[in-house]
Design a protein around this ligand. Structure first.
Ligand code: C2E
Ligand code: CA
Ligand code: CA
Length: 416
């Protein structure tokens, strides 16, 4: 089939989508007028109101005045580039669904997509010019409620604002709990352990995402109390398999916790009091800019290892994690960031990066974990390249203690 972006679309499927999309408005920014016109025409066939412009300022003005539900942006413009526009949209807290279009090739499209997501925009997909009509229609007709960013709340998302005082109140009331997400062996599919994830469920059912309240606690210094509460809950409510089968149990640790020298002995006593061996505990640390004292970091992490705890470098491949830190710090596990894992199916670059990182981890004698596994193909791929452990919604979502204990394990049909 010829890729097309000038072809007049057929009439099929237009009518029913028209009802579904009755409130959808698409605004296109592209300086190739015929491309913009064609995109608008296709969108109109699926029930969109449409508008387009070749000027970034006009575009940004219309984002405010016309409030489109969907945006399509070409990266290469005559006077501005798409990244500048992405920055502006992020500053405006824009929550419209975003499609990025480019003729510049996969790598540039991939990195622009990443920039959009990491700026908190609600990216629903990319299109490489020339594209098939079906690909555009698929994006325009997808359910955008499924495309909210996973690791950050959508800008303007509806969780109530939280303050230091509100967090203090919640700490006082000891409302924090943990959920447990199974981790399996890529080779055998067997359960190898769980990751503990903090949960703050408010009265009325609202859930505040952990990365929001953890970040607040880190800023206010409440993280020390919060971490102890979550760890206390988690260690007192371990899924049954952890105890019976002596499985591994991963807990997240903020870099700020590393400055507290009373924490390693406290954690050790918590484990000893419950018959949990420190070697069963994996502490997941995300390297951040706050780790600005390399010697203190080396010493603090080593203190955990001396006490027998395992250490994992979380979100490897993004942020501040680096090969230097991996080599000089005493990590026993490397956890590949889910950004690479989730894009394995679609991105050649992600496949190359993950293959290289798994090889690196294996050669350094580290256990390699991939999180964010959302489909069978990804799990098969990870197994084939020698990744040790997998975690993700395809295997199981985080569960409360009872559901985690009742989890019967996992079997999957290989896609190959
Ligand atoms: P993280 O440590 O990278 O944890 C993995 C996050 O990815 C979890 O989000 C998990 O629910 C989610 N996840 C797992 N599999 C999939 C998947 O297949 N697809 C998608 N889209 N998401 C998946 P959660 O529970 O919202 O936690 C977010 C972050 O909050 C964590 O990221 C971690 O950085 C932080 N966090 C959670 N609990 C704690 C804690 O007790 N202490 C500290 N310091 N940080 C915590
Ligand atoms: Ca983690
Ligand atoms: Ca992670």
């Amino acid at each position: 089939m010829e890729p097309l972006f000038y072809a007049f679309p057929s009439q099929d499927g237009g009518t029913s989508m028209s009802e579904l999309n009755s409130k959808r408005r698409l605004l296109v920014l592209d300086d190739e007028n015929d491309v913009a016109t064609t995109i608008c025409m296709m969108a109109a066939m699926t029930g969109y109101e449409t508008d387009h412009t070749d000027d970034a300022d006009t575009f940004l003005g219309k984002v405010t005045s016309w409030a489109p539900t969907h945006l399509a942006i070409d990266l290469q413009l005559a006077h501005r580039d798409g990244i500048e526009v992405i920055h502006q949209l992020a500053k405006m807290n824009c929550t419209a669904a975003l499609i990025i279009i480019s003729g510049l090739g996969g790598r540039i499209l991939d990195s622009s997509a990443r920039a959009a997501s990491e700026n908190g925009l609600r990216l629903i997909g990319t299109l490489s010019k020339p594209f098939f009509r079906a690909d555009l229609v698929a994006l325009l007709t997808c359910d955008t409620s499924e495309t909210l960013p996973d690791e950050k709340p959508a800008l303007g998302a509806s969780f109530p604002p939280i303050s230091e005082a509100k967090l203090a109140e919640a700490l006082q009331a000891e409302v924090f709990v943990a959920h447990f997400q199974p981790k399996i062996s890529c080779a055998s599919g067997e359960l190898v352990g769980f990751e503990c994830l903090a949960r703050w469920n408010q009265q009325g059912g609202d859930m505040i995402p952990p990365d929001v309240f953890i970040a607040l606690a880190e800023r206010t210094g409440q993280i020390h109390e919060l971490t102890r509460q979550i760890y206390h809950y988690a260690l007192s409510n371990l899924p049954g398999q952890v105890v019976e089968a002596e499985l591994k149990f991963a807990l997240n640790l903020s870099p700020t916790n590393l400055n507290d020298e009373t924490f390693p002995p406290w954690l050790l006593s918590q484990c000893q009091g419950r018959g949990i061996a420190p070697s069963q505990i994996i502490l997941e640390v995300t390297e951040t800019a706050s780790m600005n004292n390399p010697l203190a970091l080396l010493e603090n992490l080593t203190q955990f290892r001396i006490r027998g705890f395992q250490l994992s470098i979380d979100d490897f491949g993004v942020g501040y994690s680096s090969l230097v830190q991996l080599a000089r710090l005493p990590f026993s596990e490397l956890k590949i960031d889910q950004m690479f894992v989730k894009t394995l199916v679609d991105s050649e670059e992600s496949r190359k990066i993950v293959t290289a990182v798994v090889g690196l981890g294996n050669s350094l004698g580290l256990t390699v974990v991939a999180e964010g596994v959302e489909d069978a193909w990804t799990l098969d791929f990870l197994r084939d390249i020698g990744c040790d452990t997998a975690q993700g919604f395809f295997i199981a979502e985080p569960k409360d203690k009872l559901a985690a204990t009742a989890w019967k394990g996992f079997s999957w049909k290989t896609t190959q």
